[in-house]
Write a protein that binds this ligand. Structure first.
Ligand code: NAD
Length: 264
């Protein structure tokens, strides 16, 4: 297969099923010739991820729970052994206790704050460090964030705080690895109906609000996000690093809701 990702090998972390944002990205980069490895969290998800990997001609599928550093190390050891090098990574991992994705942010517990930060933010730094060692011929790293990092979105709570820290990590990692020709960027996606998305209280109402009030009068699909990720992971964006790129049908530029709806 030929395409702009021909000859590039990448690790995709965060496919849970065919609704996952990471799956939209996998389809886009694979269609352009990328060779992919996947990780999955736990055997139940592994049973879903393996057939999806096969759809994009990959049999390189590894277990990895980012709370267990040994499994992160084992993932990168396996990549080093099989490929020797790496061209790109996608970190599409987030978690918080759903009991705290509702009500007041102020009620966040210390335990869930720490766990949310480790899984949803610090794991990107730990993965970036290991990936950078294998990016001997430049490279691209991509993580996923959400506008709840910069504005208050009802119920997003501690995830918003973790995403703010994740976005700051993108900038610091971009500065750390820029001299090696490694670029680090994030996509700030609008709401998508995924397993993780469903954990946020009132997710349906937030999704529908975005549909009605975004400039494009819809939400972004995993295919939309895949297209933007393809740009950020490919040489097309060679001059871009440390960027938070919104793929949200324009919702982030709005202030007032769509006034047509208030008039009718
Ligand atoms: P998803 O449920 O399909 O993917 C989330 C992934 O995180 C799953 O594959 C899950 O296994 C993984 N994960 C959670 N804890 C983990 C751990 N300890 N170790 C390894 N993997 C772990 O949902 P998604 O919406 O595709 O989420 C992907 C990313 O996109 C997340 O960072 C999420 O915050 C972000 N995002 C989602 C939306 C949305 O509306 N769905 C919007 C913007 C950003």
């Amino acid at each position: 297969m030929s395409g702009i990702m021909q000859g590039k090998r990448g690790l995709i972390m965060g496919v849970a099923n065919n609704h996952s944002i990471a799956w939209g990205i996998s389809k886009a980069v694979s269609a352009q010739g990328a060779e992919l490895a996947f990780t999955y969290q736990g055997e139940a998800l592994g049973r879903r991820v393996k057939p999806l990997a096969a759809e994009v001609n990959s049999d390189f599928v590894l277990p990895c729970d980012v709370e267990d550093l040994a499994s992160v190390d084992a993932t990168f050891d396996a990549i080093k052994e099989r490929w020797g090098k790496l061209d790109f990574i996608v970190h599409a991992i987030g978690f918080s206790d759903k009991n705290e994705l509702k009500g007041l942010y102020a009620d966040t517990t210390r335990d869930n704050f720490s766990r949310t930060m480790v899984i949803s933010c610090f794991s990107f730094t730990e993965i970036a460090k290991r990936a950078a060692e294998l990016m001997t011929d430049e490279g691209a790293m991509l993580t996923l964030t959400y506008g709840g990092s910069v504005r208050v979105i009802p119920n997003y709570n501690v995830m918003g705080v973790a995403k703010a820290a994740l976005e700051a990590s993108v900038r610091y990692l971009a500065a750390d690895y820029g001299p090696k020709g490694i670029r680090v960027n994030a996509i700030s996606a609008g709401p998508v109906r995924t397993l993780a998305g469903a954990g946020i209280s009132d997710a349906r109402a937030i999704y529908s609000w975005n549909q009605k009030n975004s400039p494009l009068r819809r939400t972004a699909t995993i295919e939309d996000i895949g297209g933007s990720a393809l740009y950020l992971l490919s040489d097309l964006s060679r001059g871009v690093t440390g960027e938070i790129h919104y793929v949200d049908a324009g919702y982030n530029i709005t202030s007032l809701p769509n006034l047509d709806r208030l008039r009718n």
